[in-house]
Design a protein around this ligand. Sequence first.
Ligand SMILES: Nc1nc2c(ncn2[C@@H]2O[C@H](COP(=O)(O)OP(=O)(O)OP(=O)(O)O)[C@@H](O)[C@H]2O)c(=O)[nH]1
Ligand SMILES: [Mg+2]
Length: 445
Amino acid sequence: MYPNDTIVASATAIGKAGIGVLRVSGPSAKEISTTICQRLLSPRQATVSKFYDATNQVIDSGVSILFTKPNSYTGEDVLELQGHGGLVVQRLLFDRCVELGARPAEAGEFTKRAFLNGKMDLIQAENVAQLINATTAKAVRSANRSMQGESSKQVSQIANHLIDLRAQVEAQIDFSDEEISDLPSIYFLQKLREINLLLDNLVTNVENGLLLQQGIKVVIFGEPNVGKSTIFNRLLKNERALVTDIPGTTRDYLVGQLEIEGLPVQLIDTAGIRNSKDPIEHLGIERTKKELKTANVVLHVKEHPKPNRVSEELHEQLGSEVKLIEIINKSDLRSEKPRTWEEGDGLFVSMSARDDKDIDLLKRAIFESIGSGEIEDTTFMASGRQISAIKQCLKHTKQSLSVVDHMELLAEELRLANSSLGLVTGEVCPDDILGEIFAKFCVGK
Ligand SMILES: Nc1nc2c(ncn2[C@@H]2O[C@H](COP(=O)(O)OP(=O)(O)OP(=O)(O)O)[C@@H](O)[C@H]2O)c(=O)[nH]1
Ligand SMILES: [Mg+2]
């Protein structure tokens, strides 16, 4: 249903602040502005005014701006009342707007209206939430790039290829008895391969974007006393974990946050793994196992390259997706220079946790282990929902390759591929999905 009512919400965080901005959007916004400010506002002009209540008493004074449709964020008439950022004063102003016919906005409703009024597509709408939720500067830059329409361009380019191809396939079906020359299967194969390549690149791009939004989880594990907590502290640049030369110092796991080259990282230090009768230590080891199951990167720390039975056992339990880095710590005691190398499937780092340069080397190894060298080039910040729609599209275009000799089947696969892509931009998007997307936004955005 297209909205035809007027909504109001605080656009700034609720609490004490220099200013508090209330935003009103919808057909009554102009009338509300005239009543509250007791004057006619010129569109898009910041006007110093008083804000009045129903008994002509001043609630607050500040700056009011009226944006007339379609030149506003939502594409509707929008009023911004910039008053003082106090809890009660903002509440009184909000209540006055409601008294004059506005209703409290739902989460994300301003952006939803912007989408419904064609001010932005669904990719850009979701970028707004990603920008607000970004935890690193790189994530902010990527969300901005994506919001400028770069991502939408990439998707519509693929959608246009799909539409052209569908038209050709439909023509083959519709005019099969008539005098139009049949296009050879190789032609369709070639076109599909081109589309698949574009989609493959897009998937890489969006997965990088997701890494920037969600970050990665890095778990440090190994035998007792090998220097896990020292590495943890040095990576965080903070003496968070206790470090002693007594094996079994860390009993429970510890969590810290850091950023590696713009990538948000959740770092977990765990209890040293050994056969222990101590029930507390046993609990700590169980927790380590649990953390290992959800890690993106695992740092397996040792003091020397030779294998250790207990931690080798855990090694074997790691998921196939997890990236493993073998750290041979305390290189200062071996008078060895820090270095990284690959052997078999493994990535090895010989280092000393006591040296900051070695910690930088480790950071680089973590970053490279998840293949995020191209994160800087991410132009597409997609949501999980959009990524699965893009992958669904790719699944259908890949299936199309095997049915190029059957025009009806090919047409159906291409139709499904096209509608999956429509879900990304919002061209085809059922109301309940739209509701779910905007419910994740904050109220007032
Ligand atoms: N020489 C040297 N000593 C280190 C290095 N890293 C850690 N240590 C020392 O090794 C001892 C154990 O360090 P921790 O960081 O507590 O080791 P851990 O693996 O967390 O130990 P648990 O919590 O008992 O499992 C401490 O005395 C550290 O100062 C290193 O690179 N070189
Ligand atoms: Mg420790």
